[in-house]
Unconditional design. Structure first.
Length: 468
């Protein structure tokens, strides 16, 4: 997932625009390095008290936080519509996902079990100790869910969280922090620090009081963060870019595969690290697939994000639209091109190109509503093309052959694969990538452990009195 932030790095406040209308909806102060330093110190104090609570008490607090999010679900969704341009149906799902993450993590607070390991001469046990203060740097493409992916398990494991939202989408993060206080979470335990990545984000990454950085964004920025964390041997989780394949075999239900394909790269206007932006189709069904794909793409409704019928909104910013245009000008030849609203707003039409595996549009992450369709001859070539990328986040395989589904799933180098589906994210299963797509895993049953250190304790046991 990319974080192409606006060029306001030397300003003390950020102007938040509605991407669908270009209307100014808010002005948000940016946190300075001095603000970050003060926030880290307050968080460290709050964290010690939070970690000392009984696990059941931490769980109760998080459930109350989840209830507060649920009560304000529509308010949060409408904020997301206005600041991110997401269709309201998507935004409601996003707010619900933040709620669900808090509920799921709350259950883990009481189940963060260590182990008893058989050893000679005594008892050996392990404990999961909280790290301390965790920085979560969230992107603009899914502001609420991805913030929750970090903050919920980190809090449940006994840590404090400092969340830096993207410059363009801080409003839902700020509201979540307000709801946490209203729900009774200790003051300073969860703080939101809006600001530019180069200033606020950098201050968090470099602060010696921050024990771990969780970053979702571009691979280029992720590499910089990883390098800076190395100086302090900070723990890091990185969820970065993707160029995921959608592999359609001739034995698949081609009608169903074509009908599902638009959503796989047009959801969130293609601003999705898991977007299936490389569609690989077996040559014997290629023409049929393209015939079916065209009406499916053209019927994917772009328009007012506040309208429940809308399936695709605008891009996040003028800068992001220019990035997409740099790959595919709107006048470029395309196999399929949908409609987009005219006038104000950062709109770009759904676009399908026919290409080759080595094309720039088939190799680099565009992060817009653009897919490239590439033919292949057989299973071996499909796997070879699918793996011809530095990324490895997600992908889909369409086939009726169970053996083929298993073979190709094992052969494709990606962290999250779906068979006859495009679903990548479930909060109860692990999520993360291979290669340049990142480091570590989020979500799933191991989420809380990723925010802890394992401590091993050996207790010697004296032999019985009188024993030799």
């Amino acid at each position: 997932m990319n974080e192409h932030e606006n060029e306001h790095e030397h300003q003390h406040e950020h102007r938040i625009l509605n991407p669908a209308t270009e209307e100014l909806i808010a002005t948000v102060p940016a946190a300075t390095p001095q603000d970050v330093d003060a926030a880290v110190k307050r968080a460290a104090t709050a964290q010690r008290g939070w970690a000392a609570l009984a696990p059941g008490d931490r769980a109760r607090h998080l459930r109350r936080f989840a209830d507060a999010v649920d009560t304000h679900l529509e308010e949060l969704a409408q904020l997301e519509v206005r600041e991110a341009g997401h269709p309201v149906g998507n935004a409601r799902w996003e707010a619900g996902n933040a709620r669900d993450l808090l509920e799921y993590a709350a259950g883990g607070a009481e189940r963060l079990n260590g182990a008893q390991i058989p050893v000679a001469g005594g008892l050996d046990v392990t404990f999961h100790e909280p790290l301390g203060v965790v920085a979560v740097i969230a992107p603009w493409n899914f502001p609420m869910p991805i913030a929750a992916w970090g903050l919920a398990p980190a809090l449940a494991a006994g840590n404090a969280v400092l969340l830096k939202p993207a410059e363009t989408t801080p409003l839902t993060a700020l509201r979540l922090a307000g709801l946490a206080l209203e729900a009774g979470l200790p003051e300073d335990l969860f703080q939101v620090l809006p600001g530019a990545g180069a200033i606020t984000g950098n201050a968090l990454v470099e602060h010696p009081g921050v024990a771990k950085v969780v970053f979702t964004g571009s691979t280029a920025v992720g590499k910089q963060i990883m390098a800076k964390c190395a100086a302090g041997v900070k723990r890091v989780t990185l969820e970065l870019g993707g160029k995921s394949p959608n592999i359609v075999f001739a034995d698949a239900d081609v009608e169903r595969a074509a009908a599902a394909a638009p959503g796989s790269f047009l959801d969130n206007t293609g601003q999705d690290c898991c977007a299936r932006s490389r569609i690989l189709v077996q040559r014997s069904v290629y023409d049929r697939f393209m015939e079916l794909l065209e009406p499916a793409v053209k019927s994917f409704t772009a328009g007012d994000p506040a309208d429940p019928a809308t399936q695709m909104g605008p891009l996040i910013s003028a800068a992001q639209r220019e990035r997409v245009r740099s790959y595919v000008p709107e006048t470029a030849p395309a196999a399929i091109r949908g409609e987009a609203p005219a006038g104000k707003g950062f709109w770009y039409p759904a676009t399908v190109l026919e290409g080759r595996p080595e094309d720039r549009t088939a190799v680099e992450e565009i992060f817009g509503p653009v897919a490239v369709v590439i033919p292949f001859e057989d299973e071996a070539e499909a796997v070879r093309i699918a793996n011809a990328t530095d990324y490895g986040l997600s992908g889909s395989i369409w086939t009726r052959d169970v053996s083929r589904a298993l073979r190709v799933s094992r052969a494709v180098a990606a962290g999250n694969l779906s068979v006859n589906s495009h679903s990548s994210v479930r909060y109860w299963t692990p999520f993360g990538g291979f290669g340049q797509s990142g480091l570590g895993r989020e979500l799933g049953p191991g989420a809380l452990a990723a925010f802890t250190e394992t401590k091993n304790v050996f207790i010697a046991v004296d032999p019985p009195a009188g024993s030799p």
